[in-house]
Design a protein around this ligand. Sequence first.
Ligand code: ZN
Length: 313
Amino acid sequence: MSTAFYSHSDCRGHDMGPGHPECPQRLDAIADHLISTGLDVALDHRDAPIVAMADLEHAHASLYIAELKNLLEQVCASGRPRAIDPDTVACAGTWRAALRAAGAAVAATDAVIDGEIENAFCAVRPPGHHATRDAAMGFCFFNNVAVAARHALDVRGLKRVAVVDFDVHHGNGTEDILAGDDRVLMVGIFQHPLYPHSGVPPLAGNMLNIPVPPYTYGPEIREMIAEQWLPRLEGFAPQMIFVSAGFDAHRDDDLGQLGLVEADYEWITRQIKAVADRHAKGRIVSCLEGGYNLGALARSVASHLRVLAEVDH
Ligand SMILES: [Zn+2]
């Protein structure tokens, strides 16, 4: 069984301006590194489709979707970018990119559940985990992982899914959407204090949040994951695992002050895969969130993918 790699050129058309860390070059860095390492030939490359509006509505308020569509279509027609918050800018390509990013997550979910592929990585942007039920924020417009998790539950009939978030920032949007939905267990680890300053305490009992102080490094983070995440995940026995794969907890990333390296991302992915193999027929859909040092991002994604695709080199 194979690992799919979902992406689309439209995801490069979303550009928040010169110097913005969440830039189109992130996807180029990942693609280039996969080619230079030879890892690209081990992957099943697929184009991200446009998401169905009905799928967005499983995670977002209808009014929010309608207002965002209206705003982004205006921006597209006028060609003039518009800031939604100080960090989040809509440009002419944003609407198409956001639809492809969520569409990738849903298509990957269907392909995994249908048994076409074992697991998938969605190299998409904009990222999603800060988008709440009714607000865009923190570089995010639609919550790709929450949309896909709800598709697995509401459309495909799964009973229990886990969401794993190892981005350096707390996945406040995913928590906002999924808190109290007992079909979901969400486990997260993030720097605290740091944007968006949420997650402590968690909003509901189906959230396991591990806030860690700045300058925490791989060995301590592995220990916390082993002691806190893994027993909860084992006990929950998810039928599928969604990953908010942010790589901005890397030592070389300037948006946070944590100290993970490529070997830590490999280790974390192995733990997730072991749970998926035991309980979920190996089903994993992983979606790119943060990661802003281009070299560290590309190498960390490769480490993540090598485990997902069971490639040794
Ligand atoms: Zn982040």
